[in-house]
Every structure is written in C-alpha cells, then in structure tokens.
Design a protein around this ligand. Structure first.
Ligand SMILES: [Ca+2]
Ligand SMILES: [Ca+2]
Ligand SMILES: [Ca+2]
Length: 288
C-alpha cells in the first residue's frame, strides 16, 4: 500500500473507532476491567489507533471530600486499580503511535525542545527521527518493571536532550551549563546549577506543568508498592518547584488528550490532569 491510501485508511479507522467509542460511552462507563499484560509478541492485539476515553462516571468518587494523606491514599488506590501493564516495547510503540500523536498526523514533538519530527508512527520511526523515550521519573530511581512501562510518565524526546537530562532532578537553573535547541523560538530547556549549587534540568515553559503532573502521578501510583530502586531522592528536591510549574502551566487540550489516550491503553488516569485542584488538597507528599 502506498503512503497516501495508508493515511486515508488510518483516518477512516480513527473516525470509525471514535464513533464506536462514543456509542460505547453512551451505553455506560466501565471501571477498571483491564488487568491483562500484553506480551511483546502480542502487540498486534492492540488496536491500530486507540480511541481516547474520557473520565468515566464515578472514577473519582472514593476521593470526594478527602484531603491530605487521606486523599493521597484514595488517589493511589484509584490509579492502581484495573491497570493493564504493557511490555516495555509495546508501551513505547503505543507512545509513538498514539499517545504522543493525539491528532494522528504522525508528527510528534520532543518534550524538551519542541522539535517536530514528521512521519513517526512507531518506535523505529522515532529512532530514525532521532527521538527516544524519556522517563521523567528516572529508571535508576525506580521506574522499573511495571513502572518502567507506565506511559503516563513516558515522553518522546530528542536523544541528545534526553541524555543531557540524564537522571538529574528538575529545577530552576540559575547558572547555565547547557542550553537545548529551541526551534519554536521560546526560551529553551537548560541544564545547570540551581541557587543551591545542585545540577538540575529545567524544561521549557510549555511542558513544565506536564512534567510536574507526570512526576506527581508516578509518586501517587508507586510510593506504596515501591518498585526496585525506588527513591524519593529527586522528588524531595523537586516537589516545591513542580508545584509552581503545575500552576504556571495548567493542563491544556493536548495534555487532556494524552491522558485520555493513556487511559484507553493502560486503564488508569492521571488525577492531577483531571483534577488540578487535588494538588493543593495534598499540601505535602511524604518525604520518605
Ligand atoms: Ca501529531
Ligand atoms: Ca503544558
Ligand atoms: Ca514532601
């Protein structure tokens, strides 16, 4: 099949899936029914393009009226329920094919530079476009096993920017040691020392909030189960700054679509995108 009919077929499939999804939604929501693991050789079982799914009725009912540690525990229960764990390769494939491309035009942008790579619909397409997979919560600090493949905290990233960020905490750079490319002309992401002399990575403004909410989600999802190597070493340095970035860069339509797509794939949602006010209701995440 040549490329143009392929794109047309994908769009037709996407439109058909959307209609089907709306019909299904009209028949009533389903809560947490997915608990299977998709193995590497089972990727063909995943839909060709996933239909985004919005918040089902009652999803947050057990969090209603709670605050502080009660709310954190309630949210942790909610996001840990009915999850579907993909293999790492399947998760990356869905990230490149669907989650990072809500408008399904095969154009994907780097979370740190905003560079737009075109013609990307798979992990191998991402590699060819010099993109790889960024774990906002570093693998070395606990993004292992199920947490490694959790698409809520995975982002397509330029290989070079990803490697510059390494596993440094996020923070506000006062003394710059490296500046990322900024093809969009906006102030760039950078690496450097914060006002305490610590090496930190500061993303550009339009993904500061997205990254903050990814990290708060990761904490909420995994602070009780504690995957191998789990550490709050970065989080405790980042927390206050991430709270400010959550306020300065609130969820937009693209981030909401991102959440709806991850939910359709892995069966849980990022509560801080759906309910940004929850973060104020939890004034401090336990430091240990
Ligand atoms: Ca796109
Ligand atoms: Ca944003
Ligand atoms: Ca804390």
């Amino acid at each position: 099949m040549t490329r143009r009919p392929l794109i047309a077929a994908r769009r037709l499939f996407f439109a058909a899936s959307l209609c089907l999804g709306m019909l299904t939604a009209a028949c009533g929501p389903e809560l947490g029914t997915l608990d299977d693991v998709v193995a590497d050789d089972d990727e063909s079982a995943l839909p060709f393009h996933v239909t985004p799914e919005s918040i089902p009725a009652g999803y947050y009912s057990s969090a209603t009226g709670k605050s502080g540690s009660d709310l954190l525990v309630a949210l942790s229960d909610i996001v840990s329920r009915g999850t579907r764990s993909l293999s790492y390769s399947a998760a990356r494939e869905k990230m490149f094919a669907d989650v990072e491309d809500p408008d399904n035009d095969d154009a994907i942008d780097c979370v740190y530079t905003g560079r737009i790579a075109r013609g990307v619909s798979s992990t191998s397409g991402g590699s060819a476009a010099k993109l790889n997979t960024e774990h906002t919560w570093p693998q070395s600090l606990g993004a292992r096993g199920v947490a490694q493949t959790d698409i809520h905290h995975l982002w397509a990233s330029d290989i070079d920017s990803n490697s510059r960020r390494s596993n440094y905490p996020f923070g506000v750079v006062k003394t710059v040691t490296w500046t990322a490319p900024n093809p969009d002309g906006q102030p760039p992401s950078k690496l450097g020392k914060d006002d305490g002399g610590r090496l930190v990575f500061e993303p550009h403004d339009r993904t500061k909030g997205d990254i903050a909410r990814s990290i708060f989600y990761f904490y909420t999802r995994y602070y009780r189960s504690r995957p191998t190597d789990f550490s709050l070493g970065n989080f405790n340095v980042e927390e206050a700054t991430l709270r400010r970035w959550h306020e300065s860069d609130p969820p937009d339509a693209a981030e909401i679509s991102h959440n709806d797509l991850v939910y359709a794939i892995q069966g849980n949602r990022n509560p801080y995108i759906d309910h940004p006010e929850y973060l104020k209701e939890i004034p401090d995440f336990p430091d240990r």
